[in-house]
Ligand binder design. Structure first.
Ligand code: USQ
Length: 408
């Protein structure tokens, strides 16, 4: 299959590109390195050194004898997007090319508008290019479980059957996202559903949970193929952060009571889910939604698992409850369906002590690169005047929140 991987330089896009190319697909990596700019803006860097895209592609060529072409450009530039579609005539588009962080989107007005404009406009441009250049192609779009929020009923996979005043219909599941980032994904979902209806496009929205993991089979082959693994307050996510905190002998940072429950999955399952969606495409005119996670945990359960695994390795891990910088429910019902990918053949990698051991082992090798100043949350969901002074670390620890000049 000819596949464009949008956001192919990122935590998930890079391993996906290697994985799909190794399975014989013609992959093209597309990126504008915006994530590398945002990292600089908030003063963070991935734990493992991530060489330039060009040198990573060269390393992949050396190790696997596979050439992956790359195109550098901004999805907000329609001429660029259209030229990609004309040049490569993709049969599928895997779209990860978005600002991925909830805390980043909540830092302030510039970051919130950047997130929504970047994500919504980029995605719209992809939909128009599909309409005009590749109407039969299949869009596999990374959405998020966070689109649903935490309702007090079971979460269905995208749609719910509703009876109302004696009539019934199958309607999109209600959306109650928890950040301006998550909202950008809701807007994307609505735009994609509309495009499938009016232009008969085919699309799969992968409502993914929180991903964890340090490497995949391909990125683990050589340090030069490492993926962009974050542990900081802005781009790092729960389990990944907890593992790095354990290695750094820093208390695990639970926000609030820690009973917030989410769906989680291993990074290797992300790749397999994307592959399953590609191999079993949506019909023309169909907008499908798959809930892409394998297990549910509360964040304190995760912290407990990390503590146990670390203890086996001789580490004495402490757990801290910080005032929650987010506005979110801390005690709530959570039961989300996730059967569609299992029906297509997904065999989940469950979170286990061995898996956490592997993560801790790799993180230990890069221990000296851990900056413990990046553990305290800096972005708060509350207006500054209402935030408790001690709630978040001072923004002064960030060199500047000015937007860097775009490379494009
Ligand atoms: N949390 C802590 N301590 C921490 C970090 C997070 O208790 O040090 C808590 C948060 O309060 C939240 C939960 O862990 O309740 C998840 O937070 P997260 O930072 O791990 O993940 P989140 O902000 O939800 O976003 C991540 C990815 C995003 C993806 C989303 C899937 O950054 O791209 O869409 O997970 S989901 O959570 O299902 O919406």
């Amino acid at each position: 299959m000819r596949i464009l991987v949008l956001g192919g330089d990122g935590y998930l896009g890079w391993p996906t590109s290697l994985y799909l190319s190794r399975r014989g697909h013609d992959v093209v990596v597309v990126d504008n390195f915006a994530k590398r700019d945002w990292e600089q803006e908030v003063g963070v860097q991935p734990l493992f050194p991530v060489p330039t895209l060009r040198s990573r592609l060269r390393a992949w060529h050396e190790l696997a004898e596979i050439d992956i072409p790359a195109r550098i450009g901004d999805l907000q530039d329609y001429r660029f997007v259209e030229s990609l579609f004309s040049e490569f005539e993709p049969q599928a588009i895997v779209h990860y090319g978005e600002q991925p962080s909830a805390p980043y989107s909540m830092i302030g007005q510039p970051q919130a508008t950047l997130t929504q404009v970047n994500n919504v406009v980029g995605n719209l441009n992809v939909l128009f290019a599909m309409r005009d250049r590749a109407p039969d192609a299949h869009l596999v779009k990374l959405g998020t479980m966070g689109e649903y929020g935490t309702p007090n009923i079971d979460i269905e996979e995208g749609f719910i059957d509703i009876e109302h005043n004696g009539r019934s219909d199958r309607l999109p599941f209600p959306k109650q996202p928890g950040s301006l980032y998550h909202l950008s994904k809701v807007h994307d979902s609505h735009n994609i559903m509309f495009a499938c209806k009016v232009w008969s496009l085919r699309a799969t929205d992968l409502n993914q949970g929180v991903v964890y993991g340090v490497e995949t089979e391909e990125t683990g082959l050589d340090d030069r193929l490492a993926t962009s693994f974050h542990y900081d307050d802005v781009f790092g996510t729960a389990l990944n952060r907890f593992c790095v905190q354990a290695v750094a002998d820093h208390p695990l940072t639970l926000y609030g009571r820690g009973n917030q429950t989410r769906g989680f999955l291993n990074i290797v399952d992300t790749l397999r889910c994307v592959e399953l969606a590609l191999l079993n495409p949506a019909e023309r005119g169909e907008f499908r939604v798959f809930n892409q996670f394998t297990e549910q945990f509360s964040v304190s359960q995760l912290a407990g698992l990390v503590k146990e695994a670390a203890a086996e390795m001789g580490m004495n891990v402490r757990i801290d409850h910080l005032p929650n910088p987010r506005v979110e429910m801390e005690d709530h019902y959570y039961n989300a369906k996730h059967t569609k990918l299992l029906d297509l053949g997904l065999e989940p990698h469950q979170l286990s002590e061995t898996l956490i051991d592997t993560m801790l082992g790799k993180i230990r090798r890069f221990r000296e690169r851990i900056d413990t100043a990046l553990f305290a949350p800096r972005a708060t969901w509350r207006p500054k005047e209402y935030a408790e002074p001690a709630l978040v670390a001072p923004m002064a620890s960030v060199p500047s929140y000015e937007r860097p000049v775009s490379r494009n």
